[in-house]
Design a protein around this ligand. Structure first.
Ligand SMILES: [Zn+2]
Length: 136
């Protein structure tokens, strides 16, 4: 199972954290901090116990979260029930504007018929739903 995504903003920029404090702050196990170090999170110095600067932790988590994103392919929407990207049933997709420049695509999953949503910028509609955009 994929590890959960920690919100980088849960870490205070100007604080220094011990392993225990950081684990509590991010709601992860202490061993997870060790994994983060193996993945490139640097303590302030090599002194023991290790201390981590909030700003460094935030940068680390941001990069890590960004590198783990895997957006659905064009024409696909992530179905929460199936836990994978699916095509819209009958190719029917509805665009619901949230703001003048962005909105949600709504469709039913072709496999389980659950409702699916995909947030999209209006400018990216043709890229995200190529078939749909050309049929308009
Ligand atoms: Zn589904």
């Amino acid at each position: 199972m994929a590890a959960k995504r920690v919100n980088p903003n849960s870490v205070k920029l100007h604080y220094s954290y011990s392993v225990t404090e950081l684990a509590r702050c991010c709601a992860v196990h202490k061993n997870t901090i060790g994994n983060w170090q193996a993945d490139g999170l640097k303590p302030i110095d090599s002194a023991r116990p290790a201390l981590f600067q909030g700003a460094a932790v935030r940068d680390f988590l941001r990069q890590r979260n960004a590198s783990r994103k895997c957006p659905s392919a064009p024409g696909m929407i992530y179905c929460v029930r199936c836990r994978q990207s699916r095509r819209p049933a009958l190719g029917m997709v509805e665009y619901v504007a949230r703001t003048p420049t962005s909105g949600n695509l709504r469709a039913l999953c072709e496999a389980c018929e659950a409702g699916m949503n995909r947030s999209v910028r209006k400018a990216d509609l043709a890229k995200v739903m190529p078939d749909w955009a050309t049929s308009k």
